[in-house]
Design a protein around this ligand. Sequence first.
Ligand SMILES: [Zn+2]
Length: 162
Amino acid sequence: MPNRKRNSKKREPKPFVKFLNRYGSDLTILLLFVAGIYLLVEQREIGQDVFKWLGALFSKIRHVIYVVSRAIYEWFAKTETSDVVGYLLIFLALFAIMNRIRRHTVQNYPHTKECPNCQSELNRMHRKPIHKFLGRILFLRFKQYRCTNRECHWKGIQIDYL
Ligand SMILES: [Zn+2]
């Protein structure tokens, strides 16, 4: 039964998608309306404006790419082999620390199929944004549960590896 519930949760569209489905055509109409008003009010040549704006945008993008690639090149040029090994060791250490945190997190939230207070069935709830955020960082899946017994009100999370 939990599987069925999980599937039905997954099929439900996200709020943003729901919003687009409901108001997408209204937004398009509004956009057309605003564009029409703009064309009526705007006296200058719009084509030229757009062209200038695109030109400025492209030169800005080109500049950013130049600055970033130059910074990367300079970083590589002045980095020695021992530095590279040092970075690698730091990376490995961070990776090991991260794995420890993940293992502790998963172990600290034991899996139960029933409420630890009253042994009633558990229902899945929507996760909090913080759980989504932590899940992304730690590569874990946070699931939030609530006791189905109305007098109990137990809430808890269970955590899985992705
Ligand atoms: Zn309970």
